[in-house]
Design a protein around this ligand. Structure first.
Ligand code: SF4
Length: 495
């Protein structure tokens, strides 16, 4: 009798932390529980066939915004060919607005919120009775010390080939209305010593690239410092076998003690993801985002100038009350601060988030299908929003990719947003595509654009040639043996 835990990950490299937590907390049922992950794009019949090959009695699916449509098809087929299999759903996508969802209608049970202890309890009832009466079960949140940590369930293959996600805490004390974490009332830390022991064990088994999913890593500075010291110790003890750690920071909270620790990291060992989302105070107030813009800007500038951390900073277009000119000012400001990557996100209406209260007053029109992207607001019409979507895509290809680092300042000039928007519009007219543009073609297009803007042919060619463009003898390739950072970050590092 088997309990299967399954999900469709966005990529093979993304190993599901949520499923491993469930497996770790199965208690007496752990011996009969298995994990089988798939990747988006897999054929529905193959997924169902492989699931049924385990002869499961229960299948638990992790449902997220990126897999809900495909997983719904899998559940529909599974229930047709094997109606005796009990299907249990969990995950953020089915934790809110639960009853109206197609996947929920097809499933037998749903757990909303935390599944760590509620999933095994539900499985025990399904297997041993009495049969659970309710379809939807609110997940219970246990004390953090009672949750079994999942890290031993990363296999050697996971460690070798996939991102190792870890978390020192769950939740967030802030209330940004577009974010699911705004529904948490606070952040809850895991017992630190036990967590550090797990990091040690992962490192001993070969893990070198750690991605922290904590929403606000720098909330408790003492904890942040101890975790960072763990990585500093590893770097000092094994300089020829380095580690790389990714943390998400709140931008306006960087005390001196933390700065001092951060500044000790060598190049290629640290990445920070920092959400700015909007620099417009009125927009911030509308979406209940508390942020000291001056402090945030100072901290980003300090990190860019005084640390070796790779800096990835997020902005969101399409927030209520923000027009293109306001977004452009925020974008230009961020470019001026010197972050390596600016993630130009487009607002999504995540199920359960309070941003829905702005729908009518601000004419917010969202795609009804996942990922529920904003299509228009009272300040940005549909056509303009599509131009912003293309800007985001080309920005990723050209700027964030790190492949055109020397060229980028020439593309952006004194007015980064306006100039890149003009480039983006031209790119779309020229290619009629935002995907599947080969690197050679992209380089030629950038060169052509520079010439159109008045740069001499030889100068444009020399500029493009000076940039990394995927060559085997590139500086990024040469830097690989001394840094554990992913390739994209290495390109920024050596630029
Ligand atoms: S956007 Fe960041 S700070 Fe705001 S609620 Fe979400 S996780 Fe917390």
């Amino acid at each position: 009798m088997t309990i299967l835990l399954s999900t469709l990950n966005a990529r093979y490299a993304h190993a599901s932390l949520g499923l491993r937590y469930l497996l770790a907390n199965m208690g007496e049922l752990q011996a009969q529980t298995k994990l089988h992950e798939f990747v988006i794009g897999a054929k529905t019949t193959e997924v169902v066939e492989r699931l049924l090959a385990h002869k499961p009695r229960i299948v638990g699916f992790g449902i997220y915004i990126w897999n809900v449509e495909e997983t719904t098809k899998v559940i529909a087929m599974l229930k047709r060919v094997a109606p005796e299999v009990t299907v249990v759903l969990g995950g953020p996508e089915v934790s809110h607005e639960t009853n109206e969802q197609a996947a929920v209608k097809l499933a037998d049970y749903v757990i909303t919120g935390w599944g760590d202890i509620t999933f095994p309890q539900l499985c025990a009832q399904i297997l041993n009775g009495p049969k659970p009466l309710m379809k939807v079960h609110a997940g219970q949140q246990p004390p953090m010390g009672e949750i079994a940590l999942p890290y031993k369930f990363y296999t050697i293959e996971d460690i070798a080939h996939r991102t190792i996600y870890v978390e020192a805490s769950r939740g967030c004390p802030f209330k940004c209305e577009f974010c699911l974490s705004s529904l948490d009332k606070t952040a809850w830390p895991f017992p630190l010593d036990a967590f550090l022991d797990e990091l040690e064990a992962l490192h001993a088994r070969g893990a070198r690239l750690f991605k922290f999913v904590d929403r606000t890593f720098n909330l408790n500075v003492k904890t942040s410092q101890r975790i960072m010291q763990f990585f500093l110790d590893k770097l000092a003890a094994n300089p020829g076998d380095p580690v790389y750690a990714h943390f998400e920071l709140v931008p306006d909270h960087l005390p001196e003690a933390l700065k001092e620790t951060i500044s000790k990291f060598p190049p290629g060992a640290l990445q920070f993801e920092i959400g700015i989302q909007s620099f417009n105070p009125e927009v911030q107030a509308l979406v209940s985002r508390r942020q000291d813009n001056a402090k945030a800007a100072d901290n980003i500038r300090w990190l860019c100038e005084h640390s070796h951390a790779h800096m990835h900073v997020d902005l969101i277009a399409g927030l209520p009350g923000e027009d293109v000119a306001s977004f452009a000012r925020g974008f230009d400001k961020l470019v001026g601060l010197g972050a390596h990557e600016i993630q130009f996100g487009i607002l999504k209406r995540l199920r359960g988030t309070p941003i829905i209260r702005h729908t009518e007053p601000f004419g917010m029109v969202y795609d009804p299908y996942p990922p529920y992207t904003i299509l228009a607001t009272n300040l940005i019409d549909f056509a303009t929003m599509q131009r912003l979507v293309r800007f985001a895509r080309y920005w990723d290809l050209v700027a964030n990719s790190g492949r055109f680092t020397n060229t980028i300042p020439h593309l952006l000039g004194a007015h980064p947003f306006d100039n890149f928007m003009t480039f983006s519009d031209w790119m779309y007219t020229r290619t009629d595509a935002t995907h599947r543009i080969a690197l050679d073609r992209l380089a030629n297009l950038v060169k052509e654009w520079l010439q159109q803007r008045g740069m001499a042919k030889d100068e444009a060619a020399a500029l493009i040639a000076s940039d990394y463009a995927g060559r085997a003898d590139s500086p990024a390739e040469k830097a690989k043996p001394t840094a554990a950072a992913p390739e994209r970050q290495l390109r920024h590092l050596v630029a």
